[in-house]
Design a protein around this ligand. Structure first.
Ligand code: AP5
Length: 208
């Protein structure tokens, strides 16, 4: 299964991608996680990406496409993969189409107000990558023992910028994938487990 999870920032792509990729036994490839790991360790890619990520702008397509080409050529992608946060522009989608075919695109639909609430309350673990929300997890420490942090780009002004970038540059991909007949839209306001079941049902039907 070669899958794309599409949706605005905070739609729940990462949350669902962790559960769905584990269930299907395919790698979860998050361009955001790859960029943040590079920023943390101070690689050249990380240094170049940081100024864009911190402002909530998209990193240039050329940098992202190099990451994706490398990652998709790894052996663990032979039986499929789940892309989370890529593609995000029409140019990225067209380039991906030249690298490989996709089986399904899951578009997680969430309104802007919910997104602002979700991202302002999101806390992440810098060690294991787990994601929480302050409304459902009051502890300041991850279950792995690390202290939780707020992502730099989850500050209110950056969230609004990320949302407008999504509407301008990423939302047009919904129509692009609808025309290819691969698009499946789900309501991201459903509960986390209910949404995982709905997505797995869709994937089951695509497989048959
Ligand atoms: P990236 O890391 O991809 O961020 P994003 O797309 O903005 O998505 P998020 O990680 O913020 O949200 P999510 O949809 O995964 O939601 P989550 O599951 O965490 O990208 C970051 C930056 O990197 C970009 O701004 C850009 O600069 C750069 N970048 C990355 N990819 C790029 C690309 N391809 N091209 C160019 N630049 C790129 O959930 C959010 C919160 O909601 C959590 O607290 C969670 O617990 C909660 N939640 C989740 N689901 C539910 C639910 N069903 N009900 C209630 N709460 C829920």
């Amino acid at each position: 299964m070669k899958l794309i999870f599409l949706g605005p920032p905070g739609a729940g792509k990462g949350t669902q991608a962790v559960a769905v990729s584990a269930e299907l036994g395919i790698p979860h490839i998050s361009t955001g996680d790859i960029l943040r790991a590079n920023i943390r360790t101070g690689t050249e890619l990380g240094t170049r990406a940081k100024e864009y990520v911190d402002k909530g702008q998209l990193v240039p397509d050329s940098l992202i496409l190099n990451i994706i080409r490398d990652r998709l050529s790894a052996g663990d992608c032979e039986n499929g993969f789940l892309l989370d946060g890529f593609p995000r522009t029409l140019a990225q989608a067209q380039s991906l189409g030249k690298i490989t075919d996709i089986d399904a695109v899951i578009n997680i639909d969430v309104d802007d107000q919910t997104i602002v609430e979700r991202l302002s309350g999101r806390r992440v673990c810098p060690a294991c990558g787990a994601t929480y929300h302050v409304s459902t997890y009051a502890d300041e420490t991850c279950t792995c023992g690390e202290r939780l942090i707020q992502r730099n780009d989850d500050k209110p002004e950056t969230v609004l910028n990320r949302l407008s970038v999504y509407h301008e540059q990423t939302r047009p991909l919904i129509e692009y994938y609808r025309q290819s007949g691969k698009l499946h839209t789900v309501r991201g306001s459903a509960g986390i487990q209910a949404l995982t079941r709905e997505i797995l049902n869709i994937i089951d039907k695509v497989k048959r």
